[in-house]
Design a protein around this ligand. Sequence first.
Ligand SMILES: *[C@@H]1O[C@H](CO)[C@@H](O)[C@H](O)[C@H]1NC(C)=O
Ligand SMILES: *[C@@H]1O[C@H](CO)[C@@H](O)[C@H](O)[C@H]1NC(C)=O
Ligand SMILES: *[C@@H]1O[C@H](CO)[C@@H](O)[C@H](O)[C@H]1NC(C)=O
Ligand SMILES: *[C@@H]1O[C@H](CO)[C@@H](O)[C@H](O)[C@H]1NC(C)=O
Ligand SMILES: *[C@@H]1O[C@H](CO)[C@@H](O)[C@H](O)[C@H]1NC(C)=O
Length: 807
Amino acid sequence: MAATAGFVVAELIPPWPPRSNSALAFNAHSKSTEKLALLAPVENKPAIASRRVDGSVSYWLENIKHQGISAFHPDKNSYQVFRNVKDFGARGDGVTDDTDAINNAISSGGRCAPGTCNSSTTSPAIVYFPAGTYLISSSIIDYYYTQIIGNPNSLPILKAKPDFKGVGLIDGDPYGTNGLQYRATDIFYRQIRNLVFDVTDIPAQNEATGLHWPTSQATSIQNCIFKMSEAVGNNHLGLFVESGSGGVMTDLTFYGGAKGAIFGNQQFTVRNLKFHNAVTAIEQSWDWGWTYIGLEIFNCTTGINMATGGSSAQTVGSVTILDSSFTDTDVAIYTASTTTSSPRTSGSLILDNVSVKNVHDAIRGPSGPILAGGEKTIAGWGQGHEYNPDGPTLFSGPITPFVRPSTLSSNGKFMSWSKPQYTDVPLSMFISVRAAGAKGDGIADDTAALNSVLSLAAQENKIVFFDAGTYKVTRTVQIPPNSRVVGECYPVIMGSGIYFSTKGKPQPVVMVGNSSNPSGQRVEWSDMIVSTQGETMGAILIQWHLDSPKGSRSGMWDVHTRIGGFAGSGLQHADCPSTPSLKGEINYQCIAAFASAHFTTTSSRVYLENTWFWVADHDMDDPDLSQITIYAGRGLYIASDQGTFWLVGTSAEHHSLYQYQFVGTRDVFAGQIQTETAYYQPNPTATLPYHPELQYHDYDFDKGCVGKPLNCKMGWGLRVLDSKSVMVYGAGLYSFFNNYSTACSALGQAVACQERIFSIEGGSSVEVYNLNTIGTRVMASRRKTDIATYDQNVNVFPSTIALFKSY
Ligand SMILES: *[C@@H]1O[C@H](CO)[C@@H](O)[C@H](O)[C@H]1NC(C)=O
Ligand SMILES: *[C@@H]1O[C@H](CO)[C@@H](O)[C@H](O)[C@H]1NC(C)=O
Ligand SMILES: *[C@@H]1O[C@H](CO)[C@@H](O)[C@H](O)[C@H]1NC(C)=O
Ligand SMILES: *[C@@H]1O[C@H](CO)[C@@H](O)[C@H](O)[C@H]1NC(C)=O
Ligand SMILES: *[C@@H]1O[C@H](CO)[C@@H](O)[C@H](O)[C@H]1NC(C)=O
């Protein structure tokens, strides 16, 4: 039967992120910045759990003083953010049924429960599992805005009893009488980290699911293991995703199962997933775009089955696979695409640096092998529509892969870097911002307290811990070089007041590095939100000047911008309702950011993973999720001279002039990127309330849209100007609305909400795998020329170009 008998704890230790030299250097109370310069991030190398001399496996997050608050919860004085399941009676002894205790840890104290609440930002929680084996008999129900975190130094095991009932040991969104209880596309801000999901005691022939995870932006699963039966004919499933608009998953390992994972969602970026001994490792049930980075499949019958729906009605839009391998597997990829399959570009597929070993068919189609297996590295292969530079050309076969700049690579693969969890850094190395005098209550001005603790920590090589809370600031918060900053369940830095609302004089809410002296040691920043309050038309939420030392890089993980649409923002439904009947004057009280993120000319070498730059389209704290109109000028703006950016699973939505803009930069890895155009446009157009400014290289819509329809003046999804080696590994550029009506996208590709969405200008070189657009007539424009239109490239809902090159 299942290979569980000899399953020892050592095997449970997954590859996890930088165990570090860096930790050692910091531990040594070293003030030597030179020393830190040598500390390039360590990629996902296996590490040994840090057992201490006394044999314990302590972890700082378990032991740090928990004084996080929720500033806008109705019971803010008693509301508890951090919950250790053992404090709620869970035993973790492998014998006691811990189901109720764990569910209590999640549900207690005025939280947003599925079925009675759609969404909320005021009841965040970390549900923490110390080491142990937690026996459960029915699903642990995950709530809104929850981080479920295990001890990374000894992964806790969630173990199903043989008679377990439920969809998932953790059910991220239970089914009610009307389907999923939270709307999957509105599930934001949640994580699961460092857990083992073990269903092996459930009889092999019974259905069993490790984790049910229909989710959307700003969600992640990191460093988990899924254990299933390996018996012939077993009915086990590791990870079940059937809807939503994700998202990121990293560092997951699956053993056994009829299916390791079912993946169905608009888009996702998944990195470092390993599957062993499944019948089908991944069943791709549907998608628009999906990017697999560093996928490894061993000893399965099928690696990825993307033939869902069959050739006449495929449900998979596109799949991009890079730096991946398939070993001892019959069919690496099974597709339903043929020269006559439908929709036209469905099943678009790109392989870039994928190796096979002892594989019968690398790719098999409905009538047999398309690409032989054996033992080889497939440098590049694809099928779908190609524009190189013009098209469409239907192709199926080898392709010349993108030429990767060495600056982005490590051992021939794109460098990757998991969110640091500081697994072996002692508690004494952390400084709490609340302990240092910041209040986080959403009322007090925390600018001075934050700046002093950040400055001190950088000098002393300490890690700044932002306790949960909302830190109102009235001036810029400086994250100096050599900072490491980590949040407790997405604390919010909220810029407020006159300093951020001066027209013509934008100011950063958070500034990384020093504008007058940008060189300095690298920065690591994770698990936070940067926001604004009220009218803040001059706020640049994140401005990054830091020029990280050559050979190193800085990182930002699960750091998001959120503009409006939450309690305490003063930019909720009552303040800024949606404006379909707007005529003329816009509401200036609802202008809330000049830009989400600005990487300046001096900035360099930054790794971003799972960052969502969001101007709220709805009020997350309104029971009905009512739509709102919030104005923010610019999304993610990269103007770095030296470039070298990794954008892994990033998205930007609803800014007025553009979502992504790259100007005069180089060496950018971006996969998958995802955008949405502001729902109110073109009423008003992209040029209101922010008029294009030369200094920021904004697009001149008045000039560029002469002779074009009004919906030409809508924000770009992606604009690239004079930038080299921009490589996009999967893009979803979406425009669903016109003046709050979806009629222009209702039939997917029937009509157009927007004239153009992707612009390449000046001397740029841009390459895109699986460019997906929705509601846009022209899919790509190069130096004012329309290159591709949606009707030439119809897919399951978007239109898709599998291979797009522009020089
Ligand atoms: C391959 O997977 C099967 C289960 O599908 C398992 O029984 C077998 O032991 C695995 N082989 C190896 C070499 O791991
Ligand atoms: C592809 O991956 C292999 C390892 O699997 C690596 O050695 C090689 O250099 C990679 N890069 C490219 C661009 O082919
Ligand atoms: C920025 O650098 C300059 C020049 O080294 C220095 O005078 C100034 O204090 C720095 N500012 C901050 C906020 O660290
Ligand atoms: C926007 O839509 C509303 C209907 O929802 C309509 O009354 C109004 O005229 C439209 N405005 C523009 C400028 O298209
Ligand atoms: C959730 O929102 C919808 C409208 O978007 C509303 O009809 C429904 O009643 C809400 N559910 C709850 C539990 O508040």
